[in-house]
Ligand binder design. Structure first.
Ligand SMILES: CC(C)(COP(=O)(O)OP(=O)(O)OC[C@H]1O[C@@H](n2cnc3c(N)ncnc32)[C@H](O)[C@@H]1OP(=O)(O)O)[C@@H](O)C(=O)NCCC(=O)NCCS
Length: 286
């Protein structure tokens, strides 16, 4: 057969499960979460989990997710190595731009490793530009010594209260809140979403606030979104929660320019990812 291979994108179906998992295992062998999110992704009625077929075989997947502030999060883009470089990734971006246009989505974002030149170049080709650079930090819960119990932290259940507590942290965290490498913009809508998910805690005694939780794979690690006030009290509380939930580690992805965050994490014994990752974005309404 001659000519370029036929690439077709379509919404993923439940029966694509094994193929999507296979695609992920081949394209990101050291990263696996599709088995845990597949059903949730497929049942997304606002966004879309899509698969790409080349000559009738599933070779790629990608997810367009609308997050609480109304922007789109482009995630889980994977193409098997044998079919990379033939335009499958570009077809995903074209589909996503079309979906964003149809839904009036004002902004699209994605993240990638700072050294992933293909992923970055692909995003740039469609107009995405660097929004912020991040580094990951993690702490094995077993290393934690039980300090003074942070009993005065309480869940925040009022969205307005969460907005008052969290929005002032925005500048220090460069406007981002990251959980499971999903880069949300810190917004009143996100604060409401975090309250709904039981992820906001405050300690009125020390004037501290922290967000904790997971978007998926909650059994693996406890993510720290943002914290403010008494960092020691916040991180001590995060450790208590981590131990209570039986997770192996705490994780916090933070903007590299937020030196106060890095200092607090260093002081608490967190270790840092060797390489950075970047969040890229495009504003479609401007
Ligand atoms: C990143 C990935 C999804 C790209 O998919 P793909 O189907 O190979 O990409 P395409 O062939 O559609 O697009 C190629 C485009 O990437 C960009 N690109 C490729 N190589 C590049 C390079 N060395 N420098 C800069 N840009 C580059 C170009 O824009 C190119 O299009 P062009 O040549 O027409 O300008 C794929 O390589 C992959 O699955 N990688 C492993 C998983 C991964 O890194 N996922 C994304 C981030 S988590």
């Amino acid at each position: 057969m001659s000519g370029s291979p036929k690439i077709e994108l379509r919404k993923a179906r439940l029966e694509d499960r094994e193929k999507a998992i296979w695609v992920e295992s081949k394209s990101t062998p050291n990263l696996s979460y599709v088995p845990d999110v597949f059903e949730t992704f497929v049942s997304d009625e606002v966004g879309e989990f899509s698969v790409a077929e080349v000559d009738g075989e599933v070779v790629g997947c990608g997810k367009f997710t609308v997050v609480p502030d109304g922007s789109a999060w482009l995630e889980t883009l994977r193409v098997i190595p044998e079919r990379q470089g033939i335009g499958v990734g570009k077809r995903f971006y074209e589909r996503w731009l079309e979906m964003a246009g149809r839904q009036g989505v004002p902004t699209m974002r994605m993240y990638t490793g700072v050294g992933n030149v293909v992923s970055k170049g692909l995003a740039e080709r469609y107009g995405l530009r660097l929004a912020e650079t991040f580094r990951g930090a993690s702490f094995p819960c077993e290393n934690g010594s039980k300090g003074a119990l942070q009993r005065s932290f309480k869940p925040v259940t009022d969205p307005e209260r969460a907005i008052r507590l969290l929005m002032p942290l925005s500048e220090g965290w460069r406007g981002f809140h990251v959980v499971n490498r999903t880069f949300y913009k810190l917004s009143p809508a996100l604060c409401g979403h975090l309250v709904e998910r039981g992820m906001v805690y405050e300690d009125p005694d020390s004037g501290s606030v922290i967000t904790l939780g997971a978007r998926f794979q909650p059994e693996r690690m406890l993510h720290i979104g943002v914290f403010g006030g008494d960092a020691e009290a916040c991180l001590g509380f995060a450790l208590e929660k981590g131990l209570e939930r039986g997770v192996a580690r705490l994780n916090c992805d933070f903007p590299t320019s937020a030196t106060h965050v890095e200092e607090a994490l260093t002081e608490h014994g967190f270790s840092f990812t060797p390489s950075e990752f970047i969040c890229m974005e495009i504003h479609l309404d401007s």
